[in-house]
Ligand binder design. Sequence first.
Ligand code: SAM
Length: 254
Amino acid sequence: MSDPQDGTERTAREWWNSWANHFQSEYGDGEIPVGIAFGPGAEQGDDLGLLGELDGVKAIELGCGGAQFGIGVSKRGADVTGVDISEEQLAFARSLADEHDQDIEFVESSVTEMPTVASETYDIAFSAFAFQWVRDLEACFAEAYRVLKEDGKLVFSVDHPYYKTLDAETGEFERSYFSDEPRRVYSEEFDAEMVIYSRGVGETVSLLTDVGFTVEAIREPGYEDPDCYESEYGSFAPELMATVPPTIVYSARK
Ligand SMILES: C[S@@+](CC[C@H](N)C(=O)[O-])C[C@H]1O[C@@H](n2cnc3c(N)ncnc32)[C@H](O)[C@@H]1O
């Protein structure tokens, strides 16, 4: 498993191992629903026209967490592998997949280095709200490129970098779009540090094309009416989400 000198991925693993139970039981209104979900602003179950036909395809979820998305993809007929750095998140994912009677293979690994995952194996790699935790995004994209078959695609969401420049309560700018400093929050309750990266759209596209992908689509789902957002969680404030998209989704082809 990749363990860079600054320990950032170790930090992500520690954070998620400490936070997993809380995250899985108290997200939004309660448990995270099973099904395709790219993030706030994207309708549950809507693949935004990006995943396409899933029946019979081989798919890998990168940063699968509790695998709610992966189970949804598996129920649509795909043969799914889920990868995550946190054994606690994977323990939750395994029991949820069993509960839903879905046969999913889980791999404990950083998405920046997946030595046990064979090259040129998958038709689709997908991910929701995981890559903002990854320090070396280029290594992650290179790994996704490696494990995809020729013509395979990578579809992933992260929080929108413009949304992350704003304070969710006041709607005022609180950081620069250009800042490459990650946000760090230490939690005494969990005795761990949360480290989150925000990359601009141009930077993300460059990282994708640098490893060989062709970017086919970028989506910024959301609603102008704050009442369309079902719940408020952390920095996801309906008034602000109705002004600036909270989620960005990229689709890139090998
Ligand atoms: C916000 S959760 C999202 C989980 C899931 N995709 C979802 O939508 O519920 C982020 C996940 O990314 C995982 N993660 C963070 N850094 C990772 C890395 N370098 N490699 C693999 N997984 C990572 C965490 O363990 C966590 O399960």
